[in-house]
Design a binder for this molecule. Structure first.
Ligand SMILES: Nc1ncnc2c1ncn2[C@@H]1O[C@H](COP(=O)(O)OP(=O)(O)OP(=O)(O)O)[C@@H](O)[C@H]1O
Length: 235
């Protein structure tokens, strides 16, 4: 299931937070969404996931327009927001069962068990969410994003604040999930992009300044490092 974005914009008053961006994302490829702070990454992700209405332009997920069929689109998407709103007084299992119910899944206990294993929450599964460390809260966020087995994943800074061990675990998980799904991840970590992404888009002040595979982007910039290219394009 692909994502196709055409001339998507979001204006806040006079500010063009996202300004006519177009790009595609395809199954089996992980797309890194890069840009300096305030560039418009989260705003774009919120529009794709139906949490913000675009000012203009459109986007299709699996051929369905995000504004025309928002509920259908939401079923296909797993979304990890930048600050995952988790119910801190709920237990991990209780919360994931609750999310599974909202998607109308059958055999919820089995699916919760699977997802707990998949994201590496087994050790912490009996705790209240509020008691978990940041990395484990992030895993709960990922678990709720994939519990309904969506074909499209939109992950807003999924590894921010994780320790090196957690980082490599979560990256491996995302890479694995991306084998047969369409995945967009925003990140500020260039090694992460090199490690798990196939394609990259860079946004600066709401405008798209790069959109290609990592290999092509490097070739087009005399094989400079991603960090150098990022700096050059976003100064
Ligand atoms: N609700 C809002 N009202 C007004 N301006 C907003 C609102 N939400 C975001 N903005 C502005 O839109 C711009 C883009 O913000 P956004 O959060 O999309 O950036 P980002 O690329 O995700 O940044 P970061 O890397 O810091 O997370 C910023 O200038 C921000 O201040």
């Amino acid at each position: 299931m692909s994502i196709s974005v055409k001339n998507l914009s979001k204006h806040y008053g006079q500010q063009k937070a996202v300004n006519q961006i177009s790009f595609d994302a395809k199954p089996g490829r992980i797309l890194g969404f890069l840009g300096p702070n305030g560039a418009g990454k989260s705003t774009t992700m919120k529009m794709l996931t139906g949490y913000l209405q675009p000012t203009s332009g459109n986007a299709e997920i699996a051929g369905k327009d995000i504004e025309v069929e928002p509920l259908e689109v939401k079923k296909q998407i797993g979304y990890l927001p930048e600050n995952t709103p988790l119910y801190i007084d709920m237990y991990v299992r209780e919360f994931l069962s609750f999310v599974a119910q909202t998607y109308g899944l059958s055999d919820i206990a089995k699916r919760v068990e699977e997802v707990i294993q998949q994201v590496g929450l087994t050790q912490e599964q009996h705790k209240k969410i509020g008691m978990l460390s940041k990395g484990y809260k992030q895993r709960v966020g990922l678990a709720q994003a994939i519990i309904h087995q969506p074909q499209v994943l939109i992950l807003d800074e999924p590894t921010s604040g994780l320790d090196p061990n957690q980082l490599s675990d979560i990256r491996a998980l995302i890479k694995n999930l991306g084998k047969d799904r369409t995945v967009i991840i925003s990140t500020h970590i260039m090694q992460e992009v090199e490690a798990i992404c196939d394609d990259v888009i860079i946004i600066n002040k709401g405008v798209l300044v790069a959109n290609s595979s990592i290999d092509e982007l490097k070739k087009a910039h005399q094989n400079k490092t991603l960090e150098q290219i990022f700096k050059q394009l976003t100064l």
